[in-house]
Ligand binder design. Structure first.
Ligand code: FAD
Ligand code: MLT
Ligand code: ZN
Length: 502
């Protein structure tokens, strides 16, 4: 199917990149920080392997100088560090296929990597796995401005795709703070959620088809561009959210919605979490189909943006804040609805103060307050990061519970996130990593979540950091089936070992 599609050019990375932060230190090697994890029985890379890769890809697409390899060994949040001596940068599906066929035959472990913005240690090697980066796979293959379907290679940067689509009156159905760096292949591999899942749904719905390469090099063509296609098993779903353990996603077809021409954004101050719940309920009722995002931030999280990132809040200080965005096609209609809703929640005292705007610059400034918390937190030191789904009434309960447990050791215990999706980001920052603090937090945080029937990973995945804890959210029978599928698709276990499965 790929061969019949028109290739329309490479996506160039944009210069808007929120994923830069100031911590210039090398994290401890993962093998030293987690001595319980043992290297599997994989081949140790030798000169013959390297010569083969150079023959296959050309010398410029094979890195093996330690300083060139360093950034591919360290995750964005600087929690983990591998020591791979080799980074491969294929440009095509065929090259990915040849790399994997060779690695499978020679039992060389491979760590797939997109933009390396993952937050669970899945995107970097644990030991010396070869890194397969999709950096050079950044072609847009086709775009249909009537159906809204874009087909592109896995290495296209999310924000660049969105800018490209804006010229056609379309938008990407997902948006996240890492948009300037993350790749669409990485997004699909993690089933990334983000800021507008509430409106556009998750990638299991928006990915119409994909092409992936199995561990043995076989190319699996599931690249349908149809909205409806019930011909047998829906195999694409196996790859969506599989975090590089079942295959390497090389091309995706995504359904893109029309770009709204009326967007409004409100930033609100509130006294309590109860008031957040009331506001969310009313926003759903009164804004209906135009509600496109509903996010919350607690005071300690906003301090990170206003303090470390030196951003300015448009309102004075409150215990809680909300961002409520509407997107539609008629600004007069949307403004009327939003103003009516805001009047209601302010008159009855649910919301204490707020500002609303449709000016792009001002909306950008408000979104930065939310999106840059992740980056700003790293200035506190080391961040223990948890990405939890909880029943909506219990959404914030984890923050005071953890404050009680580790408040004395922490620089900050804070919570923010996607209230519209029941997904909170709990962050405990400390001056530097300490195993005794980790032991106070884990497994308590997962037990707490499990007791409330929540999920220990709402959107970031399991990666390296959470595989031991997957059972808090998955049954034994489900984990067994996952293992059976892994065994069938990657019998030698070369794809992203030490990740996802316990
Ligand atoms: P990587 O980090 O490179 O890889 C992630 C995982 O996918 C790894 O296991 C890797 O092996 C695998 N992988 C990557 N590419 C492929 C491929 N082509 N085929 C198979 N496997 C592959 N996540 C959210 O869900 N919602 C958010 O709102 C959000 N906000 C973020 C904000 C910031 C500032 C940061 C730093 C991260 C955020 N994240 C968020 C986490 C992260 O950005 C997402 O998980 C993103 O989807 C990862 O994409 P990536 O290209 O960087 O993948
Ligand atoms: C977010 O929503 O900002 C992201 O998922 C990243 C984070 O958890 O900090
Ligand atoms: Zn998030």
């Amino acid at each position: 199917m790929l061969r019949n599609l028109r290739r329309i050019g490479s996506i160039v990375p944009t210069n808007v990149n929120y994923c830069t932060h100031a911590r210039n230190f090398l994290p401890q090697l993962t093998k030293d920080r987690y001595p319980d994890v043992k290297r599997g029985d994989y081949a140790v890379l030798n000169e013959n392997h390297l010569f083969h890769f150079v023959d296959l890809l050309g010398v410029e697409k094979v890195l093996n100088d330690p300083s060139d390899c360093e950034k591919y060994n360290i995750d964005w949040i600087k929690n983990v560090r591998g020591f791979s001596q080799c980074v491969l940068k294929p440009e095509s599906t065929e090259e990915v296929s040849q790399i994997l066929a060779y690695c499978n035959e020679h039992r060389i472990a491979v760590c797939p990597q997109g933009g390396n913005t993952g937050l669970v240690g899945g995107s970097v090697p644990v030991f010396d796995e070869v890194v397969l980066s999709t950096e050079l796979m950044n072609d847009v293959i086709s775009i249909d401005d009537t159906s809204g379907v874009i087909v592109c290679q896995a290495g296209c940067i999310l924000e660049a795709l969105d800018q490209f689509l804006s010229e056609k009156g379309l938008m990407m159905p997902l948006d996240l703070g890492a948009k300037g760096s993350c790749h669409i292949g990485g997004n699909v591999a993690t089933n990334a959620g983000g800021l507008r899942l509430l409106r556009y749904g998750n990638l299991h719905g928006n990915v119409l088809g994909l092409e992936a390469v199995k561990a043995d090099g076989e190319i699996v063509d599931c690249l349908s561009t149809l909205k409806k296609d019930n011909t047998g098993y829906h195999l694409k779903h196996l790859f969506i959210g599989s975090e590089g353990t079942l295959g390497i996603i090389t091309t995706v077809a995504i359904q893109c919605p029309p770009r709204p021409n009326a967007i409004n954004l409100a930033f609100l101050g509130l006294e309590s979490f109860e008031d957040i719940l009331t506001t969310f309920r009313k926003a759903k009722q009164e804004l209906g189909e135009i509600l496109s995002s509903c996010e919350m931030i607690d005071a300690k999280s906003l301090d990170v943006s206003t303090g470390h990132c030196q951003l300015k809040s448009p309102i004075k200080e409150f215990p809680f804040y909300m961002l409520i965005e509407t997107s539609g096609s008629n600004n007069k209609h949307d403004e009327e609805k939003l103003n009516h809703f805001l009047e209601n929640v302010m008159n009855d005292g649910t919301v204490l103060d707020g500002t609303v705007t449709n000016e792009p610059g001002k909306m950008r400034a408000i979104w930065e307050l939310r999106e840059r918390i992740t980056e700003g937190l790293l200035h506190d030191g080391y961040v223990f990061k948890y990405d939890i789904s909880l029943p909506i009434k219990d959404f914030y309960s984890l923050v005071p519970a953890m404050l009680e447990k580790v408040g004395k050791d922490a620089v900050r215990v804070s919570g923010y996130g996607h209230i519209g999706d029941g997904n909170i980001h709990l962050n405990i920052s400390v001056p530097e990593f300490r195993p005794d603090i980790l032991r106070k937090i884990e497994p308590y945080v997962y037990e707490f979540t499990s007791n409330l029937k929540g999920s220990v990973s709402a959107e970031h995945g399991i990666g390296f950091r959470k595989q031991k804890y997957i059972h808090y959210s998955k049954s034994e029978s489900a984990i067994k089936l996952m293992k059976d599928i892994k065994k069938m698709m990657d019998p030698n276990g070369i794809l992203n070992p030490y990740k996802v499965l316990p």
